[in-house]
Design a protein around this ligand. Structure first.
Ligand code: NAD
Length: 472
């Protein structure tokens, strides 16, 4: 790992700050753990449970200030810079400048307590309120692809809803996840929040994740990751939210603004080197528009590979032998880097590796999470929609369509049933970058919560006052 001067300065500042806070805030040691980091999962869960009990007595105003503190500590330029750099250095995935955008997005556009709207019913029999109430301790499992973004987003939503949270980060994102959790704990302590609302363990591992999932005091599980972990939490016997894999197709028809579609597709596909689960993974284009689309994609940074032998070489390089998963060492790597591994040297202007393939090709079928973008020709838009549904594999995650035909846009949106459907824009518009609406980094297609936010992490409870307070 290379550490530059800014990182050293940042580490020194944080160590000094830690010494300072450690001596002036006895709660840090009194509560156990090291600013939210515990040696064992049992200690972590017990601490989070104690914190949540205390949290029940805090006001909604308090909750709002704690949420704001999480936003502020992440948006501090030095912290933002540090976690964005460290995420790339530690995981070897994605790009620093994209991590900055994504972390800032999570801190600013994740909904807080305003998400928890109360329903009221009044009449001759009195007044009934339906309110969002916390689950208690939530166990949240986070991915390597968005390690800090998911912790920021989940912490804000889960604390806004009155819960405490135990994180089980990916072991390959341990340093940056623990660092962020400690930053959040210090920020909350400065406001007098209950200690240990956001905790984890010093050695994240599958064993610790299992210990977390089976701990009786963990009332809800939220898994953001691939199919294995989603299946595991859904088999746990506990209330679980599963935010799983995607394989987002892009459909382009002959009515689209093809030049803009090409630019949007390339911009979306290479965002954080294609790590986001929402990013464009394959293009399905009607034959009459295909050549012009690919011509324009090349103008915007696509490098077309035509030699079938080279395409095969790329498949061997980046797809595992089982033909079902990408090789981790190429996930989130740049197009330039990947091409270099097969002996093709290109400039920094190359952002995406593009090739024409058939539907059955592994680049179409496998969720690669790297800037390799297969293009498949079809005779017409109806065939394109049918194919998009097939290659999305029923994940109900994300899809894009470039078209000016409202009927066909509506048809695809209805049939593909994805949580996010972006029309005439890059995929990241769907999480609030250049598109309206709030953001989330836990997109729960399998369990149906879809765009998770504070209310997804709460129970709907009813308070009934009989015979009063109806003033109509
Ligand atoms: P991953 O599934 O390898 O890991 C995710 C988390 O689950 C990690 O913390 C990991 O340690 C844990 N884990 C995995 N298998 C486990 C097991 N058997 N037992 C216990 N813990 C286990 O995923 P990743 O490579 O970190 O992330 C990429 C995947 O996540 C992609 O499939 C992507 O689409 C998906 N993802 C989905 C969303 C969403 O919102 N739907 C967001 C980000 C990533």
């Amino acid at each position: 790992m290379s550490i530059d001067e800014r990182m050293v300065a940042s580490i020194v500042k944080q160590v000094l700050g830690r010494l300072d806070e450690g001596s002036s805030d006895p709660r840090a040691s009194a509560a156990g753990g090291d600013w939210g980091v515990f040696d064992s999962m049992n200690e972590a869960v017990e601490a989070a449970a104690a914190a949540q009990r205390e949290y029940l007595n805090r006001s909604m105003h308090d909750r709002a200030t704690y949420v704001q503190a999480i936003r502020d500590v992440v948006l501090d330029e030095e912290n933002l810079d540090y976690i964005s750099r460290l995420a790339v250095e530690e995981t070897g995935m994605g790009g620093y400048e994209y991590k900055l955008v994504k972390n800032r997005l999570a801190a600013t556009k994740t909904p807080g307590i305003e998400d928890l709207t109360t329903e009221a019913m009044s009449g001759d029999d009195g007044l009934t309120l339906v309110e969002y109430s916390p689950f208690g301790v939530i166990g949240a499992i986070t991915p390597t692809t968005n390690p800090t973004e998911t912790i920021i987003c989940n912490s804000i939503g889960m604390l806004a809803a009155g819960n405490s949270v135990v994180f089980s980060p990916h072991p390959r994102a341990k340093m940056v996840s623990l660092h962020l959790i400690q930053l959040i704990n210090r920020a909350l302590a400065r406001l007098g929040a209950p200690a240990n609302l956001v905790v984890t363990v010093s050695e994240p591992s599958i064993e610790n994740t299992n210990a977390m999932m089976s701990h009786p005091k963990v009332r809800m599980l939220v898994a953001t990751g691939g199919p294995a972990i989603v299946k595991t939490v859904l088999s746990s016997g506990k209330k679980a939210i599963g935010a799983g894999a995607g394989n987002p197709p892009v459909v382009v028809d002959e009515t689209a603004d093809i030049e803009k579609a090409a630019r949007d597709i390339i911009d979306g596909c290479c965002f954080d080197y294609n790590l986001p689960c929402i990013a464009e993974k394959e293009v399905i284009v009607v034959d009459s528009a295909a050549d012009f689309l690919m011509f324009n994609m090349k103008k915007h940074g696509a490098y077309e590979v035509k030699d079938p032998a080279l395409i095969d070489q790329l498949v061997k390089l980046v797809v595992q032998e089982n033909g079902k998963s990408p090789k981790t060492e190429f996930v989130g790597k740049s197009a330039k880097y990947i091409l270099e591994q097969v002996g093709v040297n290109v400039g920094d202007d190359v952002r995406v590796i593009m090739m024409e393939t058939k539907e059955e090709h592994p680049f179409v079928q496998v969720e690669l999470m790297m800037p390799i973008l297969p293009v498949v020709r079809v005779p017409d838009v109806d065939a394109a929609i049918d194919m998009a549904i097939r290659v999305e594999h029923g994940n109900r995650h994300t899809a894009m369509m470039h078209s000016r035909n409202v009927d066909k846009l509506t048809k695809m949106a209805k049939l593909i049933q994805t949580t996010i459907f972006v029309k005439n824009g890059p995929s990241y518009a769907g999480i609030g970058v250049g598109g309206e609406g709030y953001t989330t980094f836990t997109i729960a297609g399998p369990t149906g919560e879809g765009l998770t936010s504070a209310k997804s992490f709460a129970r709907r409870r009813k308070c009934v006052l009989v015979g009063g307070l109806d003033v109509r």
